[in-house]
Write a protein that binds this ligand. Structure first.
Ligand code: ATP
Length: 440
């Protein structure tokens, strides 16, 4: 391979109508960014363009003016809407030539499968004059590598096929060996999850830690109901661990006790971890979430050692029959009430014991997910969540009323997450901690 190149910044270009139309989720740029970040390259931009030659060429030129490494994916197939080869040639101001070696490789690909190469595939052996072709062991589309000169600066441009199973090994084979970490050293990241405070409050608590020019730099992202604090260090490899550890301590101190997990850990996996640490088990009784809490918990592999299961008691008859909720309580207080939430949680502990799967904790959720079904006293978004914990002696009960904004799906997700947060906070002995949406 040619000399290793110094690349301190990279841009990723995704090409394809199906990406623009939302028919295909662009996982290539997420994967490339994660991989490049690990390798110490800073990502400055993601761009997406449709299958339009001019749009691809101008995006390549623009990105080459921003970053010394540009990686494009897609548009290298054999059909007339695969325009990346032509666009790269236009961006370089060159014509296309046929690459004899690539043509043989494509022919061989078909021969190995017992067929002749369709004439269309010949197009895939074309490359801009100054570009080199990159072999594709998984498919027919070769990749391309070229140097784009923009205003005196030069950028390495790699065009890789769209299918992730072709693109990823080609990245490892052709791009990775040519990367050097930035002159400053490495990039190291750490993500800390938080749940229960709005993003603005988290940012307020972080205060000066979020100043843009700090290293490590710290930012927040709200996604899937949780707010994560992202720490990114750029610098000498030997300083990275300590810098990240220090920043992590400062972030946790600022947002405690709402912080959970690190990096890929979810609120569910962090909750299960605390249960495991305590040597205790959990059951659930769900009404308005219809199994959403159980689904989040069982999304985590290996959860069965601490999560026993539960009951989806959507109809009142199930609350009565399966969990032993008292009929008169249900009538007097309504299904969405403190009394019913507590009775569901207590009933779940009892029923689990009877089923031969005793648990120390039960979480119960009953609410009005909306959009209909609300009343003046209990508008849509009103949810009661109860935790009952039996650790010998008297059963400890914690029931809270919430009002969650947003549409049905958001209310249901937030209910499930909040129930987990109530349990996690109890397990770490955090005391009474108010959570977002809590009333009173
Ligand atoms: P091929 O000749 O193998 O089709 P190509 O470079 O022409 O390669 P495209 O036609 O652009 O690739 O895309 C082929 C498929 O690859 C898409 O239908 C999609 O499934 C997947 N793909 C393309 N781009 C992306 C992306 N950014 N993220 C995830 N998948 C993608």
């Amino acid at each position: 391979m040619a000399d290793r190149l110094i690349h301190d910044a990279a841009a990723v270009l995704s090409i394809g109508d199906e990406l623009i139309l939302g028919q295909t989720l662009d996982t290539n740029s997420a994967w490339l960014s994660a991989r490049l970040t690990e390798l110490g390259v800073r990502i400055v931009e993601h761009a997406t363009v449709d299958d339009d030659c001019e749009a691809i060429a101008s995006a390549l030129r623009r990105l080459a003016g921003r970053a010394r490494l540009v990686i494009a994916t897609g548009g290298l197939g054999p059909t007339i809407d695969d325009l990346t080869r032509r666009a790269l040639a236009d961006a370089l101001g060159e014509g296309l030539v046929e690459d004899g070696q690539m043509l043989s490789a494509i022919r061989l690909y078909f021969a190995a499968r017992g067929t002749e190469m369709p004439e269309n595939n010949r197009l895939q052996a074309l490359r801009p004059e100054s570009a080199s072709a990159l072999g594709n062991a998984q498919g027919t589309a070769p990749g391309l590598h070229a140097r784009l000169e923009i205003d005196g600066a030069s950028a390495d441009c790699f065009c890789l096929p769209g299918p992730p199973n072709e693109m990823r090994p080609m990245f490892e084979q052709f791009v990775m060996p040519r990367l050097n970490p930035p002159a400053g050293g490495v990039i190291r990241t750490r993500v800390i999850g938080t749940f229960g405070l709005p993003e603005a409050t988290i940012a307020e608590r972080l205060g000066e830690l979020m100043a843009r020019l700090r290293n490590p730099v710290i930012g927040t992202t709200a996604s899937g109901g949780t707010v994560s604090c992202r720490i990114r260090f750029t610098g000498a490899a030997e300083e990275a661990d300590e810098a990240i550890a220090q920043a992590e301590r400062a972030v946790r101190e600022a947002v405690s006790p709402y912080d959970f997990g690190a990096d890929d850990e979810t609120l569910a996996s962090a909750t299960l971890k605390e249960l495991r640490r305590a040597g205790e088990r959990l059951v659930v009784a769900e009404s308005c979430t219809g199994g959403g809490l159980g689904a989040l918990l069982t999304d985590v592999p290996g959860s069965s050692d601490v999560f026993c299961g539960g009951w989806i008691t959507y109809a009142d008859a199930m609350k009565l029959g399966a969990l032993g909720v008292d009929k008169s309580t249900l009538r007097a207080r309504g299904a969405v009430s403190e009394e019913v939430a507590i009775a569901m949680a207590r009933g779940a502990l009892r029923a689990a014991e009877e089923a031969g799967a005793p648990a120390q904790h039960a979480l119960a959720i009953t609410g009005v997910a909306g959009p209909g079904g609300g009343t003046k006293d209990k508008p849509a978004g009103t949810v009661w969540i109860a935790r009952a914990s039996d650790r010998g002696g008297e059963i400890e009960v914690d029931a809270r009323r919430f009002l969650f904004p947003g549409e049905r799906r958001a209310v249901r997700l937030r209910s499930a997450l909040t129930a987990m947060a109530m349990l996690r906070l109890a397990l770490i002995g955090a005391g009474p901690v108010k959570l977002l949406g809590q009333q009173g």
